[in-house]
Write a protein that binds this ligand. Sequence first.
Ligand code: F6R
Length: 592
Amino acid sequence: MCGIVGAVGFISPKEYVFKGLKMLDYRGYDSAGVAYFNEGIQIYKDVGSVEHLLTIVPEKIDTNIMIGHTRWATHGAPTKLNTHPHLSFHKRICLVHNGVIENFKELRSFLIEKGYSFYGETDTEIIANLIEYYYLQSGDVIETIKVVKPLIKGSYAFVFFTSDDPNTLYVLKKASPLVIGLGKGFNLVASDASPMIDYTNEFIELDDGEFGYVNKEDAVIFNKKGQKTIKDPISKDVELISHDLKGYPHYMLKEIEEIPQTIKRLISCYFQKGKYQFDKELLKDLNESDHIIFIGCGTSYHAGLVGGRYFEKYGKSASRFIASEWAFHPTYPGKKPFIIMISQSGETADLIHCLTIIKEHNLKNLIITNTGGSTLDRNCMYSLLLHSGVEVSVASTKAYVAQVTLLAMLAGALVNDKKVVDDLRESLDVVYDIQDHYKPLIMKVADEIKDKKNIFYLGRSFDYFLSLEASLKLKEISYIHSEAIPGGELKHGPIALIEKGIPVIVFITDPDTAASMRGNIEEVKSRGAKVYTIATKKLSRPEDTIMVEDYAYYLSSVAVSPIAFYLAYYVALAKGLNVDKPRNLAKSVTVE
Ligand code: F6R
C-alpha cells in the first residue's frame, strides 16, 4: 500500500522522483522519503505529505541516483524513523519497500544474534540489514539476492542501492507491483507506469520472483530460478494512465465526470459490429459452469452483488463473498464452480490470498480489473480489463460503474442478449442528465446533511446494492457514520435508530419493490426522519427530492450511482476534508 520510485542515470533525478511520489501518494500518504548518493548515502524523510518532504530536501541535489517512497504504515507507526528509505546498520544498503514481510521477527532475531541492532520498528529495515549481512560476505549483490530471496516470506517490491556502487539500482519483486521504465541514458522504476510516462513508453513489468538491476544503460532481469532472462518491453496507452487533473479541483470529481466515457469505452471494446467480443473459451467455461462465485472487497464486492443478480437473471446459480471472508472459509458449491474476482487495482491482498486457494483447487477463474499488468491480471486464468483510465481518488467511482457495466455485458453475452447494450446506452442519458441538471440540488442536500452524525440509506434489491455503495462512499470520505439498510429489514431492528431529524436517503428505481419502499418511507417519516428520495420518473411522487429519467431498472448502479458519488463528494467538500485522500485509507490495499 505504498508507492515507490527510483531513477538512475538522470542528471537530476529529483524532478522525476518527486513528481512520481506525488502521483503515487494515493497508494499511501502517512509519510514520505527520498535517498540519493552524494559523497555517501543521503536520506531525507518525514511524516506527512510529499509536498512537505519537498520543503526539507536541498533545493539543488547533485546525484544521478535516487529512490523515493510514500508510505501507508503497516509494521510500525507512521513516525519519521519508520519512514522509508531505510539504511542498513553498516550504512551499505539503502532500500524502499512496498509489501509486508511475514517472518520479519525471525529474521530480526537472526540479525540480532549476528550483532545487528535497529533504529525503527519496520519489517523493511530488517530486509535492508539482511541484504547487507549477506552482501558483506559475498561482495556481490546479485549473488546476495539469490541467497536472501528464499529467506523472505511475504509480499514485496524492493528497490535499493549500495554505498559501493551509486550507479546501480537493484530490484526484487513478489506479490507487489514493480515496473521498470527504459530510457536513453537513464532507467526508471516505479510501482506503476504512470509516473514514468512523460519520460518513456517502454516498460518491463516484473513477475513474481524476478529480480535484477538497472543502471543508466541497461536493465538486467533474472527469472525466479535465478537465470538471466530477456523480457520484451511493453507500451501503455498514455490516456489511460495519465494523472492529469484536466482542470478539475479533485480527482474524485474528475473521475465521476468520466463515467459516461467509461461506459462508452467498455461498450466499444466488448461489443463491436453488433456482436459481443468476449473470449469464446471464457464464455464456454462460464456456460458450462454450474455455479458462479463473485469475490471482491469494498466497492468491488458491491459490484459483485449486482453482478450475481445479472447471472441469476440468465438462470445461473451464483453466490457472492467478501474476499477476506472467503479466504478463511472457502466454499465452492456445485460440480463446476467458476470464480469471478473483481478488483479495481488488481493488487488487493485479500483477493491474491483467494487466488492461491482457487489455484490449489484448480478452479476456473476470471479477474475483472482496471489495472493491466497487475498481480491479479497476470495470474488469473482469464482477465477482462475495465479500460477506465487510472483511478487516483481513493474513493472508487468510475471503476465501480465500469465493473457493473462489464458484468452486465458479460452476463448478456452468455445468452447473446444484446438488449443489455441498448439498456446501457439508455442509462448513459440518465448519467448525462444528472451531470447537467442535478449538481446544484445535490450540493444543497449535502449542505443540509453535512453536520449530521448518522445517515441511513434505504433500498431494496438493486436499490439496496446501490445503497450499500452510496453509504460506503459517504462514510469513507465524509467520516459520517452511514448505514445501508434493505427496506424489508428496517422493522427487524434498525428502525430503533430512527429519531427526529435523522437523514434517510431512499432509492426507488425498482418497480417490483417501489410500493414496499413507499411504506418504509412512511415508517421512518412518522418517527421524525428527514427523507430524501431519489426515484425514477415513473415511480416518483411530487414530494421526491430527485426524479431521474426512466431506464432499465437493473442498471441503477450504472445510471443513478453518480448521484450517490456527487453527494459524498459535496459533503466532504462542504466539511473541508481531503476528498481524494481520506484519513487512514490507501488506494491499493496490499496487506490483509
Ligand atoms: C471504496 C474503495 C474500496 C475498494 C476496495 C477494493 O471506495 O475504493 O472499498 O473498492 O479496497 O479495492 P480493489 O477494487 O482495488 O480490489
